[in-house]
Design a protein around this ligand. Structure first.
Ligand SMILES: Nc1nc2c(ncn2[C@@H]2O[C@H](COP(=O)(O)OP(=O)(O)O)[C@@H](O)[C@H]2O)c(=O)[nH]1
Ligand SMILES: [Mg+2]
Length: 237
């Protein structure tokens, strides 16, 4: 049972150095990079992790899609994805995997601790996440408390089915992953996880913050359309 841990990076030298001691030895590690200009690649090579530059253009979504494609070229059974900014504890991934296996889920989200989210991400982000998560839970008829999470776990079959449907290029990739998993009828679960203070500078600007609200509403609209038998297709970036 092999797990590939995918880390999307854009100038995460400092955070990667700190993460290096924490990644369980049994995980294979793949770093998909968005053309970092710091020492990100040096840290990756020093630890003998796989390094690849993302395809399809700029943005986290292009990194995740590239990483999923690379995952399918390996013989790994599970794909874990966490942010590479030190907010996610890689040891949590082993627990998420266990939770996925215990109940035969195909996609598992880590639901990040609310008090720590407030402390490290701020009230506005937590409010937007709560609002979108509540609406998504209502439409999907299941409790999903953290749809903007940065912890994801997929079975190989789930990646195989979701990847061709993904169209997101930027930070809206989490909505795209969840929307398509739900649309395909995959069994989705969530389990509580921790969240820590970031090391280094966030690439998520105020502009991204507002864009994220628009994207949240857009994916809700797509979901409602799907429920009512309409077919909307997103253009791949
Ligand atoms: N491959 C890739 N990763 C990115 C890109 N932009 C951000 N990331 C990574 O995505 C994760 C989340 O980004 P971050 O700046 O922490 O945004 P925040 O968590 O929303 O504040 C981090 O690991 C970033 O390094 C990108 O264009 N390409
Ligand atoms: Mg972050």
């Amino acid at each position: 049972m092999k797990l590939l841990l995918l880390l999307p990076t854009l100038n995460e030298e400092g955070a990667l150095k700190a993460l290096a001691n924490e990644i369980p030895n049994e995980f294979e590690v793949l770093v998909v990079d968005g053309c970092s200009t710091d020492g990100t690649k040096d840290v990756v090579l020093k630890h003998n992790w796989q390094f690849i530059t993302q395809r399809y253009g700029r943005g986290k979504g292009c990194g995740i899609r590239t990483g999923m494609e690379e995952f399918l070229k390996t013989d790994c059974d599970y794909l874990g994805i966490i942010d590479a900014d030190y907010t996610c504890d890689p040891k949590e991934v082993a627990r998420i995997l266990q939770a996925l296996k215990d109940d035969d889920f195909e996609v598992m989200l880590g639901s990040r601790d609310k008090a720590n989210q407030l402390q490290y991400l701020g009230e506005f982000s937590v409010f937007v996440n709560w609002l979108i998560s509540s609406m998504v839970s209502h439409v999907y008829k299941q409790k999903l408390s953290d749809v903007q999470t940065s912890y994801w776990l997929f079975t190989r079959d789930a990646v195989d089915r979701i990847l061709p449907c993904l169209a997101a290029s930027g930070f809206e990739i989490e909505y795209d992953l969840l929307y398509n998993a739900w649309r395909l009828g995959l069994k989705i679960g969530e389990t509580p996880v921790s969240i820590r203070r970031r090391i280094g500078k966030s690439k998520f600007s105020t502009y991204h913050r507002f864009k994220q609200i628009v994207y949240g509403l857009k994916y809700l609209f797509l979901s409602l359309g799907h429920l009512h038998g309409k077919r909307y297709f997103l253009q791949k970036a």
